[in-house]
Design a protein around this ligand. Structure first.
Ligand SMILES: C[S@@+](CC[C@H](N)C(=O)[O-])C[C@H]1O[C@@H](n2cnc3c(N)ncnc32)[C@H](O)[C@@H]1O
Length: 315
């Protein structure tokens, strides 16, 4: 039987990549990983040298948004610029970044908006230290960084104007709780901006290899289970966010993904060497190569997507 070429191509590319990974890693063990908060902290602690050296020397722990198809480090400011668009609309006095990482977004926004108070919260001590040090080094009096868990927000009801979160809600162990907490602390008319990767299709709608690739990508980046965008929007609705809009930014992360794929391909080129290297390096750091190799394919096959979701609390 003749299959259309465009249907055959992606799955065979995926199979080749899965074969490469299986020559180096015990894929079943990665697929069976249980990701809890201690794993998330270990993942970011171990991965920090890799992110700093190979991803962004300026402290971004998220994908660059490059809308012209070419990788450029300026794209790391893309997410903060999307938040700035909402700041310009709402004129907030207080903005909270959940999971601020090393502070890249909040430092940029606090510098651009000296009259607004910014708060940053993160679980991983090494990220909190770096973000706090950067805020001190830049003498940013309007940015306060705290260690904490975004499932429990230590702010009064109806107190914040904007909450945003970049590539971190995927780590939630209880997404409805984070949505409810964010809804509780936002003032009426306040906004929750979520920028993250989501599954685009439910598990039943993808092949076995696609399902395997999706889970490998997620576990390799300390995500217990990818949510579909539809499921997330339903949960947001149940938490009280009836006013929702979103935009698909998947194409804009492709240049960054391709760049990371190039690095991962070098790692997987010689399986024997890769196996030896994998034994020497911290385990969570080295598993990033799995996501690096697979993600351009899971995104271009429409299994994963990257979105900005704007949720507004009713007036
Ligand atoms: C991919 S990084 C993104 C960091 C930052 N938002 C950025 O754009 O550079 C994900 C971050 O989520 C944080 N994180 C994961 N689970 C968290 C939780 N329950 N509460 C607070 N932060 C969390 C991690 O510590 C890590 O810093």
């Amino acid at each position: 039987m003749n299959f259309p070429r465009n249907l055959l191509m992606p799955s065979s590319e995926l199979r080749k990549k899965l074969d490469k990974i299986e020559k180096v890693f015990d894929a079943d063990q990665v697929l069976a990983m249980d990701v809890d908060q201690s794993v998330i902290v270990d993942y970011y602690t171990q991965s920090n040298p890799g992110y700093s050296q190979f991803h962004s020397t300026d402290g971004s722990v998220h994908m660059a948004l490059n809308f012209d198809g070419k990788f450029d480090q300026q794209g790391y400011y893309g997410q903060a610029k999307l938040v700035q668009q909402q700041i310009d609309q709402i004129n907030p006095t207080q903005v909270l970044e959940l999971a601020c990482g090393k502070g890249f977004n909040s430092v940029y926004l606090a510098t651009q908006n000296p009259d607004i108070e910014f708060l940053g919260l993160d679980l991983t001590p090494v990220h909190v230290e770096i973000a706090s040090q950067t805020a001190r080094d830049r003498d940013l009096k309007n940015l306060m960084i705290q260690q904490g868990d975004f499932h429990h927000l230590n702010y009064p009801d109806h107190s914040l104007d904007i909450i945003f979160v970049v590539e971190s809600l995927c780590h939630a162990t209880n997404t409805p709780q984070v949505l409810e907490e964010s809804h509780r602390v936002l003032r009426p008319g306040g906004m929750f901006i979520v920028i993250d990767g989501f599954r685009k299709k439910p598990s039943e709608a993808i092949t076995e290899d696609e399902q395997k690739a999706a889970i490998l990508v997620e576990k390799a980046m300390a995500v217990e289970k990818g949510l579909t965008l539809d499921d997330f929007l339903n949960l947001a609705h149940q938490a009280g966010f009836a006013d929702q809009d979103y935009q698909d930014l998947s194409d804009a992360i492709m240049p960054n993904l391709k760049r990371l794929e190039g690095l991962a391909r070098k790692f997987f080129r010689f399986p024997f060497l890769a196996r030896r290297t994998a034994k020497l390096l911290p385990p969570y750091l080295v598993k990033n190569t799995i996501a690096g190799l697979l993600m351009p394919t899971t995104v271009s096959n429409g299994i994963h997507g990257y979105f900005v979701v704007n949720l507004t609390k009713d007036q």
